[in-house]
Design a binder for this molecule. Structure first.
Ligand code: 13P
Ligand code: SF4
Length: 322
């Protein structure tokens, strides 16, 4: 009991220290919804990948502290090259980004010379430099639809999101065979059982889930879209087929509603993203204090990577998505 109390005081002190040092250094803390609750609660902005990219463009802070994973911090650096960008743990990678190595993707792309490349933002900076336009889960359908129906397209790296976009738009994009280890593993069987035992619950799912899971969902959308749906939908119970971090904000926004996560087997917490959860309050404080580890990218990568991201932001602005 005493130990729990001590831990709470220590965590509250650390939270205050982070808030103070942020102010002192004119730093902005951008956090993804999959971060631990303590980090979400002190962030200057919490968002999904689209919102975070937009904030990275807008900010005039002297230091961008990115509580998320490596590809997100890289995106912030590409969009704001004059500003120092730090990530609490450089090892915070992403299985989806890792599933698409630059060399292999270059070879793959060469097989389809008349195709343009639309890449999901969850990819490395090198893949971004090989892309014509970037998309996020929040705008993928609209970005694809902004191209003529007969435009040949390679979609990388998430085959689940790409397959979902194909099914919604009637396109036949060539898909890179990559997945997110968190969403792809969610079990259809467990979801069917959960639905059977909670007939009043609505199933919300992230489009990185398998097609069989998406087929069962009442709503499919990005992290922010799912949050809005649970806030505004009249139902009071939701099954959430996504990463567990999102529940913190869902519960905060709708304290009287119930949220159920898809169960995983006893040997793993598979719906916790192990990369997102590498960032801790202590690492966060240290990285602001020491201003490292810093994201460094070659100028050429920044220059080439910025074009497809800006194209996405322009299309999103024109369509009123941001
Ligand atoms: P969004 O933030 O675009 O919903 O993506 C989810 C995700 O997996 C981020 O890594
Ligand atoms: Fe990558 Fe999936 Fe983790 Fe998002 S949840 S960072 S896509 S592994």
């Amino acid at each position: 009991m005493k130990t729990t109390k001590n831990k709470e005081i220590k965590s509250a002190n650390l939270a205050q220290k982070i808030i103070d040092i942020k102010k002192e250094k004119n730093a902005i803390l951008l956090a993804h919804y999959y971060q631990i609750p303590e980090i979400q609660d002190i962030a200057d902005y919490i968002g999904d990948s689209l919102g975070l990219a937009q904030k990275a463009v807008e900010t005039d802070a002297e230091l961008i502290v990115f509580a998320g994973v490596h590809f997100m911090a890289e995106t912030a650096k590409i969009l704001n090259p004059e500003t120092k960008v730090v990530l609490p743990d450089l090892e915070a990678g992403c299985s989806l980004a890792d599933s698409c190595p630059a060399y292999d993707f270059k070879k793959f792309k060469e097989k389809y010379p008349d195709h343009i490349v639309i890449s999901y933002i969850n990819c490395s900076a090198d893949i971004k430099t090989m892309s014509d336009v970037i998309c996020t889960s929040g705008n993928a359908v609209k970005i694809v639809e902004s191209f003529p129906k007969d435009q040949k397209i390679i979609f990388a790296p998430d085959k689940n999101l790409g397959g979902y976009v194909n099914s919604v738009t009637g396109r036949n994009m060539v898909l890179w065979d990559g997945t997110c280890e968190v969403h792809d593993i969610l079990s259809t069987e467990a979801i069917i059982n959960l639905k059977a035992n909670n007939k009043d619950a609505k199933l919300v799912a992230h489009p990185e889930c398998k097609a069989q899971v998406l087929a069962l969902a009442d709503f499919v959308g990005s992290t922010t879209a799912m949050l809005n749906y649970t806030k505004t939908n009249e139902s009071t119970k939701f099954i959430v087929a996504s990463e567990t971090g999102i529940l913190h904000q869902m519960q905060k926004d709708s304290p009287k509603k119930d949220f159920l996560v898809v169960p995983t087997d006893e040997t793993c917490s598979c719906n916790d993203c192990r990369y997102m959860k590498m960032n801790t309050m202590q690492k966060l404080y240290d990285c602001i204090a020491k201003e490292k580890p810093e994201i460094i990218l070659p100028d050429e990568v920044i220059r080439q990577g910025r074009e497809p991201i800006n194209r996405m932001l322009d299309i999103s602005r024109k369509l009123g998505l941001i």
